[in-house]
Design a protein around this ligand. Structure first.
Ligand code: SAM
Length: 286
C-alpha cells in the first residue's frame, strides 16, 4: 500500500471511493509526510504502546501508527470512511481495530481496561476542530489512564493551552489543561499541509499527563467553577468576577478576606493568578 502522506495517493483513494468531504465532521486530511513523522516522533510511540487514534479519516496517520505501535484503536464517526480503511488503506495491518463511533460517546475506560489491562495508553489525533475542547477535557475528566495526548489543533487553541499568567492567551483552558498535563507545542503547521485547506493555522501539541496533580485541591469542581467565573468577565477585578457569578454564592467580604490572606491586592484580575494561587483561593473559599 502506497503511503497516503503523498497527495497523489490521497487523491487517488478519494476518487476511487467517490468520497465527499463532510464539513460537519471537520474533515481536513493530512498530506505532508514531514508533519506525519513529526507527530509520531513527538508522541514518543514505541512497540510497547497501545495508541488510540481519534478520527483516522482515510488512514493516513494510522498507517504510521500501525508501523510504530504495538496496537492501534482508531475511532471514526463517518461510516463512509470505514470501507476505505478496512478494505484498502489499513487492510494489510493486523494490529489495528477500527471502531465506527462518535468518540464522545465511547466508554474509553472500559476500552482501555479490556485492551490494555488498564495500563496507560497514548492518544494521537489530527482532531476535528469543532470538538477539540470537549474531546480533550473529556479525556482528562473521565480519568482515562493516559501517558500523553499528541494532537493537531487550531494554532490559537494550542497557544491558549500553553499560555501562562499575564499572556493575552491565558484563560480557563490554559489552567484546565495545565492542571492535568504539561503542554509542549511540537510544530506549527501551515494550511497547505491539509486537503481541503482549513481556514486557520494549526499546531501539533503534546500534553504529557502529570503523575501527581501539581496542586492539592479540596474540591476540583469548585476550583474550575471559580476559574471560569474569573475569566468570564476578563476586564473586571477578580472580586467582581467571583461575586457576580450566582452559582458560586460568594460575598465581596469573603473574597476580599481570602485575597488578603494570600497577600494579593483587592483589585487584582483573574488573569494574574497562577494555578497554585487559584488552588489556594479555592481551598480558602470552598
Ligand atoms: N486523521 C486523518 C488525517 O490526519 O488525515 C483525518 C483528520 S480530520 C481533521 C478529523 C477526522 O475526525 C475525520 O475523519 C472525521 O470524520 C473524524 N471525526 C469527526 N468527528 C468525530 C467524532 N465525534 N468521533 C470520531 N471521529 C470524528
Amino acid at each position: 500500500m502506497a503511503t497516503l502522506g503523498n497527495p497523489q495517493n490521497t487523491i487517488e483513494i478519494l476518487k476511487k471511493y467517490d468520497f465527499m468531504f463532510q464539513k460537519r465532521f471537520g474533515q481536513n486530511f493530512l498530506i505532508d509526510t514531514h508533519v506525519l513523522k513529526k507527530i509520531i516522533k513527538s508522541a514518543e510511540i514505541t512497540k510497547e504502546d497501545l495508541v488510540l487514534e481519534i478520527g483516522p479519516g482515510i488512514g493516513t496517520m494510522t498507517q504510521y501508527l500501525c508501523e510504530n505501535a504495538r496496537e492501534v484503536i482508531a475511532v471514526e464517526i463517518d461510516k463512509n470512511l470505514i470501507p476505505i480503511l478496512t478494505n484498502d488503506t489499513l487492510a494489510e495491518y493486523d494490529n489495528v481495530t477500527i471502531i465506527n463511533e462518535d468518540i464522545l460517546k465511547l466508554d474509553l475506560n472500559a476500552l482501555v481496561q479490556e485492551r490494555n489491562g488498564g495500563k496507560r495508553i497514548k492518544v494521537v489525533a489530527n482532531l476535528p476542530y469543532y470538538i477539540t475542547t470537549p474531546i480533550i477535557m473529556g479525556l482528562f475528566e473521565s480519568h482515562v489512564p493516559l501517558q500523553n495526548i499528541t494532537v493537531m489543533v487550531q494554532k490559537e487553541v494550542a497557544d491558549r493551552m500553553q499560555a501562562g499568567p499575564g499572556s493575552k492567551d491565558y484563560g480557563a483552558l490554559s489552567l484546565a489543561v495545565q492542571y492535568y498535563a504539561t503542554p509542549y507545542i511540537a510544530a506549527n503547521v501551515p494550511q497547505n499541509c491539509f486537503m481541503p485547506r482549513p481556514n486557520v493555522g494549526s499546531a501539533v501539541i503534546r500534553l504529557t499527563l502529570h503523575e501527581e496533580p501539581p496542586v492539592q485541591v479540596k474540591d476540583e469542581k469548585f476550583m474550575f467553577a471559580l476559574i471560569r467565573a474569573s475569566f468570564n468577565q476578563r476586564r473586571k477585578t477578580l472580586v467582581n468576577g467571583l461575586t457576580n457569578a450566582a452559582e458560586l454564592n460568594l460575598s465581596k467580604e469573603q473574597v476580599q478576606a481570602a485575597l488578603e490572606q494570600m497577600g494579593l491586592s483587592a483589585t487584582i484580575r483573574g488573569e494574574a493568578l497562577t494555578l497554585e494561587q487559584f488552588a489556594e483561593l479555592a481551598n480558602l473559599l470552598v
